[in-house]
Structures are given as structure tokens and as C-alpha cells.
Design a binder for this molecule. Structure first.
Ligand SMILES: *Cc1c(COP(=O)(O)O)cnc(C)c1O
Length: 396
């Protein structure tokens, strides 16, 4: 920002999102940062090269474009440093590789994003890390699970697909008494609706693929760490070479500019549709943290500043043998809601989720679980589309 009295630090979310990360006057007044495509960076002389006396040294180590995004994310997260990685999944695997070694024990929440579990059960296990899944509702009780070799406690709130809320502060306090690093997959809330580091999380991970991108066309992840845990994260990033690309960084920063207004719309539409679904007889439960009926609602209300546009419903299907057939009839009859993975874009999506990996938070027994991403379409149209799904399910 210009050298004037106004400071962004105390400004509102949308003001910050509009101005964070790039000072137009640092680049000829252009509102957006340049997209720097780079491997080689030249040095004026050997002494500068030898003493690393200039800001940029090589394309994998950051450019003005990646810095603009990292600066914006650091401001939003309140973090000491941020790395950009090629996917949201890498935003989990890279920090796990940074903080875990053979012989260590890691506690992973059972309602975790499934590919994280796959990484833990295959590659991390092969490398000699012992993995244990814990109940998302454990709270301060996590302390009883911590062993002398426990090095990392991974959280995700709300949980993937079933939306269990976690008492992040209580878990972080207990973990820190044993010097464990506390990581959180904070993709659902974004730093706008949950500032993870303010609640004791050391390392906040995001699939920026989702809301920061907002248009279903970018795959990227970010990891932001506090002062204590930043050096090791940065070191792992440089060691592994998992850097973010300039074009994707540019697009994610572009997405951040409108993320606040998009999220407000997603939030309002999703809650409206969640309440509409809650009233129906063909839906047994709506798994949405902002609904008063949801078991984790009190934690959500205490700790989170908002709810985004993704939640699940449990369809009412009497016999387990019919779960799949009824779910497919419902989904295949939808036309505005696309059938596909991921979320966070402008368009609505619906998918039948598979919870067979769970060891503690088992799949609901009353019916199939359908995850909905409520996009930016008009709510009346989305409701009409869902009505068609319910009609087809009744006939199937
Ligand atoms: C989508 C998602 C990821 C992974 O992001 P990708 O960019 O698709 O690899 C990680 N965590 C959560 C909670 C997600 O929803």
C-alpha cells in the first residue's frame, strides 16, 4: 500500500483481501503483480552470488509472484512463513515429511481427508513412522494417547465428509505439553473463518485448489507455519523441491481478492439449503456445523467466524442393500449439481461419499451420505434441482 496513514493490519477482511500481497507502486503502478517465469536469476558479480546478498537466487526458491501470494497468506494466517506446493495433498505430505522421522509416532484424526490416510498407511508406514487414528471428539483427552515418541498431532475441522468439529485449542494445549507439532488441514474454513494459529495450531495447511482458487481450474496447496516451526518447513520445501508455479500462484492471489464475497454467498446459500433439507422426511440428518441440531455446533459457534458451502446429508433409506441404488438415483437425476470430486468452485456439486476407511467415526447406519458443495447459483434453482433428485430416489 501507499505510504499513507491507513494500515491494512486492522482493516476488515474484504479490505485486506483486496490489497494484501502486492504493492502496485513496487511494479510501475500495475494493480496486479507480474507473473515471473523463472529458473535462472542472474547475479551482478561473484561476491553477490557467494554471499547470497540478493533477494532472489533461483526459480525454485521464490519469485515476486510467489512472494506476493505468500505475503498475503502470511497476513491472513498470522504466520511466520508460507510455502506453496503443487496440490492440496502435497500441503499435507510435505510438512509430514518435514516433521516426522523413522521411529516417531503420529496421531491423525479419524475423520481425515482420505488421501492423507493413504499417505500415512503406505509411504509413512514404510518409512517407519507409526500412525494412530484418534476420535475427532477426543478434545483434551488426546493427552492419554501421547507417547514419548509422539511428534505430530494432525487435526482437521470440520472432518472430511462427516463434519465432526474438534476442540482445536484443547488438543493443541495438550500436544504442546509434550512438545508435539500440531498441524491442521484448514481447507474448509479458510483463514477467513478460522485463524488456526490463533488457536494453538503450529502449521496450517490448505488446498488452495478450493475456495482461494474458486473456479475449479487450479490445483495448488499452501502451508503456513508459526515462528517456531517455520525453519524446518522451509528447509523441507527446499530439500524436496516441491515449489508452486508462477501462473498458479498468480491465479490463487487473483482468487483471494474475491474470496470474502464469494464465501459470504456460499455461506448464506448453503445454510438456507441445509435448513430446507433438515425439514424433509427423505433426509435423516444434515451434517452442517452451523446448524443448531449438529452435535459439534457449540464448538463451531465458539471458535469459527463462519461456515463455508460444503456439508453432507444422510438420505433416508430403509435397507442397507438399497443405499447405493437410491443414492445413485438421487445423484443421476440432478442437473445443476455436477457429479465430481473437489469443491470450492462457483458451481454446485454432489457426490456419494465412501466412509469405509474409517476405524472410529463409522459411516451413519441410517442411509447413504451425500456431500453437497453449494455454488453461487440461485438458491431457488438449486432447491428445484434437489427436488428432482428426491423424486427420482422415491421412484427408484
Ligand atoms: C481437496 C482437499 C485436499 C487436497 O487438495 P488437492 O489440491 O485436490 O490435492 C486436502 N484437504 C482437504 C480437506 C480437501 O478437501
Amino acid at each position: 500500500m501507499k505510504d499513507k496513514a491507513f494500515t491494512l493490519a486492522n482493516a476488515g477482511d474484504n479490505t485486506r483481501l483486496a490489497h494484501l500481497g502486492h504493492d502496485p507502486m513496487s511494479y510501475h503502478g500495475f494493480v496486479n503483480p507480474p507473473v515471473v517465469h523463472a529458473s535462472t536469476v542472474l547475479f551482478p558479480d561473484c561476491k553477490t552470488m557467494e554471499t547470497r546478498a540478493q533477494k532472489y537466487s533461483y526459480g525454485t526458491r521464490g519469485t515476486p509472484t510467489t512472494d506476493a501470494l505468500c505475503d498475503a497468506l502470511n497476513a491472513l494466517e498470522g504466520s511466520a512463513g508460507t510455502i506453496l506446493v503443487p496440490s492440496g495433498l502435497a500441503a499435507i505430505t510435505v510438512p509430514f515429511l518435514a516433521y516426522l522421522s523413522a521411529g516417531d509416532h503420529a496421531l491423525i484424526v479419524d475423520s481425515v481427508y482420505h488421501p492423507c490416510r493413504h499417505f500415512c498407511d503406505t509411504m509413512l508406514t514404510r518409512m517407519g513412522v507409526e500412525i494412530e487414528y484418534y476420535d475427532p471428539l477426543v478434545g483434551a483427552g488426546i493427552e492419554a494417547l501421547i507417547r514419548p515418541n509422539t511428534k505430530l498431532v494432525h487435526t482437521e475441522a470440520p472432518g472430511s465428509n462427516t463434519f465432526e468439529m474438534q476442540d482445536i485449542r484443547a488438543i493443541a494445549d495438550a500436544a504442546h505439553r509434550h512438545d508435539c507439532v500440531v498441524t491442521m488441514d484448514n481447507t474448509w474454513a479458510t483463514p477467513l473463518y478460522f485463524r488456526a494459529l490463533d488457536f494453538g495450531v503450529d502449521v496450517s495447511m490448505h488446498a488452495t485448489t478450493k475456495y482461494p482458487s474458486g473456479h475449479s481450474d487450479i490445483i495448488m496447496g499452501s502451508v503456513s507455519a508459526n515462528e517456531k516451526h517455520w525453519p524446518r518447513l522451509q528447509e523441507a520445501q527446499l530439500t524436496l523441491g516441491t515449489c508452486g508455479s508462477p501462473d498458479d500462484s498468480y491465479q490463487i492471489l487473483r482468487g483471494l481478492r474475491t474470496m470474502g464475497v464469494r464465501l459470504a454467498h456460499h455461506q448464506k446459500s448453503a445454510l438456507d439449503i441445509a435448513r430446507f433439507l433438515e425439514e424433509r422426511n427423505d433426509v435423516v440428518r444434515v451434517l452442517h456445523p452451523a446448524l443448531e441440531s449438529f452435535p459439534g455446533h457449540a464448538i463451531w459457534k465458539r471458535d469459527f467466524k463462519g461456515a463455508t458451502g460444503v456439508f453432507s446429508i444422510v438420505l433416508k433409506v430403509d435397507h442397507e442393500d438399497d443405499f447405493k441404488r437410491k443414492a445413485h438415483a438421487f445423484l443421476d437425476a440432478l442437473s445443476l449439481f455436477g457429479l465430481g470430486y473437489s469443491w470450492g468452485g462457483y458451481e454446485s456439486l454432489a457426490v456419494h461419499v465412501n466412509l469405509s476407511d474409517r476405524t472410529i467415526c463409522k459411516a451413519p447406519s441410517e442411509g447413504p451420505v451425500i456431500r453437497l458443495q453449494i455454488g453461487l447459483e440461485d438458491v431457488a434453482d438449486l432447491k428445484a434441482d434437489l427436488e428432482n433428485g428426491f423424486a427420482a430416489m422415491a421412484k427408484a
